[in-house]
Design a protein around this ligand. Structure first.
Ligand SMILES: [Zn+2]
Length: 366
């Protein structure tokens, strides 16, 4: 009895403290809101079918920067739709054909071959950097877009396949000189192949870290241009969705994507969870988004946000409407606050997929 009487005030104190703690936690993190009900690709195929985007619950379009024109901007505005520009960053077959000095070089000292349809340009080549930055300045100058979504932000590789292509690059003279200078080390060896071998055998960690820093720098420079020219425009990233371990850590090791570095630069991450292209089950989308939100410690209502892009496109097989529904719902799991699908055309040509978009997007509280 004595013991009970003594401990009771203490228990009351603990209960009061817990209650305060819970109230405080709720005040800190607002309820999750799905703010983006998006599509990827020009809305024309849907407009041609007589739909307005709000009919389908859509409130945002993500369009390749080069496909934006005033007609799109005007109609999107009249429907109350936000327009985000995809900005192709390091993909450039045409560019390297015209500017061989920017061709990425592999560990044998040879020009890389295209990784299926992807041709990564050397990310340190100064002429290429200036070319891309001026394209961005023009885009920002021409249109009042709500955001810039950097795409193809990685060293030469191909991750959108069940068996990815993961070469070692780039050992061009510019990369070797910059690496040597920034890491304050002297690269041993005569030929490019010997130098590459020496780096991979002796300075692997420094090499991987430096490559991640190069990708980070692209993101920082693009952020800077946006902040100078159109402050308030969001910066997003389309990126490989692999976990830290998959393919022996290739997301960081080969692609150069270090989430811990990139987290502070981007407003929004858009993991490219293309289940069919990557040979995964539809349920993988939700699993991956849950993993990713935890990995980046995403919080409701705070930056960075997560708006995944899921696959509706029929490749390498026909995606059923049921499968599409699973991946679209998976895309808004955990702390995700938006989603879009690849592509607008893939839903416009399939009435059942249009019904899924309507059902899922109208089902989200607005
Ligand atoms: Zn290079």
């Amino acid at each position: 009895m004595k013991t009970l009487q003594q401990t009771k005030p203490k228990q009351n104190f603990i209960s009061a403290f817990l209650l305060l703690f819970i109230l405080f936690s709720c005040a800190q993190e607002p309820d999750r809101q799905i703010e983006i009900r998006g599509i990827y690709g020009h809305p024309k195929p849907l407009w041609d079918k007589g739909y307005s985007l709000p009919d389908l619950g859509i409130n945002a379009v993500f369009v390749h920067g080069g496909s934006i024109d005033s007609a799109l901007m005007e109609r999107a505005k009249s429907e109350g739709i936000k327009v985000y520009a995809e900005f192709a960053t390091l993909n450039g077959l045409n560019y390297v054909e015209e500017h061989p000095e920017a061709w990425a070089i592999n560990e044998k000292g040879e020009q890389v071959e295209a990784a299926s349809w992807f041709m990564g340009v050397c990310p340190t080549e100064p002429g290429f950097r200036e070319y891309r930055f001026s394209q961005l300045r023009k885009l920002l100058n021409d249109y009042d877009i709500s955001g810039v979504w950097m795409d193809y932000v990685h060293w030469h590789a191909q991750f959108e396949e069940p068996q990815p292509i993961l070469p070692e690059t780039c050992f061009c003279n510019h990369c070797l000189t910059t690496f040597s200078k920034e890491k304050n080390l002297e690269i041993q060896g005569g030929s490019t192949a010997e130098k590459a071998q020496w780096i991979l055998q002796n300075k692997d960690k420094e090499w991987r870290d430096w490559r991640c820093a190069v990708i980070l720098d692209w993101s920082v420079q693009i952020r800077k241009i946006i902040d100078e020219q159109k402050p308030g425009t969001l910066l997003g990233l389309y990126h490989c969705p692999w976990t830290d371990e998959e393919f022996d850590g290739a997301r960081r090791r080969i692609l150069g994507l270090d989430y811990d570095l990139l987290r502070d630069v981007f407003d929004v991450f858009s993991p490219m969870v293309y289940h069919a292209r990557m040979g995964r089950e539809p349920a993988w989308v939700e699993e991956n988004i849950r993993w990713f939100c935890k990995r980046l410690e995403i919080k409701n209502g705070a930056s960075p946000k997560v708006w995944p892009i899921v696959q509706a496109y029929n490749n390498p097989y026909t995606i059923s409407s049921g499968e599409f529904e699973t991946v679209l719902k998976g895309g808004i799991a955990e702390k995700s606050s938006g989603a879009m699908m690849f592509t607008t055309n893939a839903i416009a040509e399939d009435e059942e997929k249009i019904e899924v978009v309507k059902k899922v997007y109208h089902g989200i509280s607005q």
